[in-house]
Design a protein around this ligand. Structure first.
Ligand code: CUA
Length: 325
């Protein structure tokens, strides 16, 4: 029973990769579809090849054929060892080379700069009209339009990857790598850092929302606007704590004196899908938990842990941040 359970778990893990928000084999855009097609083609070829080799192995072992006719053996060596790989590899090369250039076509105007930090994503949107918005740990994209990504990193190499849409491009400090993505449908997806970058590499993910183009334009206008003032008494107390603790030395809240550029821009943090790079949902309680326990939640994170604040103060701070829609 134990072995059967282990087998079921392994199958679940394998099949789990076929569906969901972070699935290579469930593409939501042409760029990922190309990769999925290439993978399935190569997998099919590999399975056929494996069956042939396994069949041959059974033929000479189980059926105890002690010696194969000499002409068979010769044609196996020439055919299987020289001709077959030459034609298969040449075929794969001529199939995959045009795919590489199809991944490089220019964008439709929107440029998204993503900078890999320890361990989060600094995201800056730039439109041809000169609109600019800074966000973090989530990427919103217009469906049906091709967006250009300019990728770089702060200290170490990261890799930007949205399995359902494509990408997986290295982010290298001091260099800018360019790639484009075109989502075909609207939905919620998940991206993940794909290059080991330190203690919290596994906790370096991000949310991706693909939107109808007009909704995206509306969202971008909002993302470029200043923060809304705190609306409740608790949020106002939280804003006071934010100022008194010097949070503005590292974080920006546009429209307030907080102009720090070390950590994520928090101007509209309350309207994001997650905090801590896809670690926690955006509620006042989770924001309070994050601020008070950063080092426990994400090892080696650069943000200090504000565990000297009392739970009520942390919750007020959480209410202020949650209100920054
Ligand atoms: Cu960033 Cu792994």
């Amino acid at each position: 029973a134990c072995r059967r359970a282990a087998g079921c778990l392994a199958m679940l893990a394998l099949l789990g990769a076929c569906e969901g928000r972070q699935a290579v084999l469930n593409p939501a855009g042409q760029d990922a579809a190309v990769i999925a097609r290439l993978f399935l083609g190569m997998l099919t070829g590999a399975v056929i090849l494996w069956l042939l080799v396994a069949g041959l192995f059974l033929y000479v072992t189980v059926f105890r054929v002690s010696h194969m006719p000499r002409r068979w053996a010769e044609s196996l060596i020439v055919g299987g060892g020289v001709l077959f790989p030459t034609f298969v590899l040449a075929g794969l090369l001529s199939y995959s080379l045009p795919l590489m250039s199809s991944q490089r076509t220019g964008g439709d105007g929107l440029v998204v700069h993503v900078r890999g930090e320890q361990w989060w994503w600094r995201v800056t949107y730039e439109t041809p009209q000169g609109n600019r918005a800074v966000s973090a740990n989530e990427v919103r994209l217009p469906a049906g339009r091709r967006t250009e990504f300019r990728l770089t990193a702060d200290k170490v190499i990261h890799s930007f990857w949205i399995p359902a849409l494509g990408g997986k491009t290295d982010m290298i400090p001091g260099r800018e790598t360019v790639m484009t993505l075109e989502p075909a449908e609207t939905g919620l997806f998940r991206g993940q850092c794909a290059e080991f970058c330190g203690a919290s590499h596994a906790l370096m993910a991000f949310e991706v929302e693909t939107m109808a183009p007009d909704l995206f334009d509306e969202w971008l206008r909002h993302a470029a606007s200043d923060a809304v003032p705190p609306a409740t008494e608790a949020a106002r107390r939280g804003a006071g704590i934010f100022a008194a603790e010097g949070c503005g030395a590292c974080h920006t809240v546009r429209g307030t004196p907080a102009l720090g550029r070390v950590g994520p821009d928090l101007t509209h943090v309350g309207s994001r899908h997650s905090i801590g790079a896809a670690l926690l949902p955006v509620t006042a309680a989770d924001l309070a938990l994050w601020v008070g326990r950063t080092g426990h939640l994400k090892p080696d994170v650069e943000m200090p842990q504000y565990d000297h604040l009392l739970p009520d103060a942390l919750l007020d701070l959480g209410r202020y941040l949650e209100g920054l829609k």
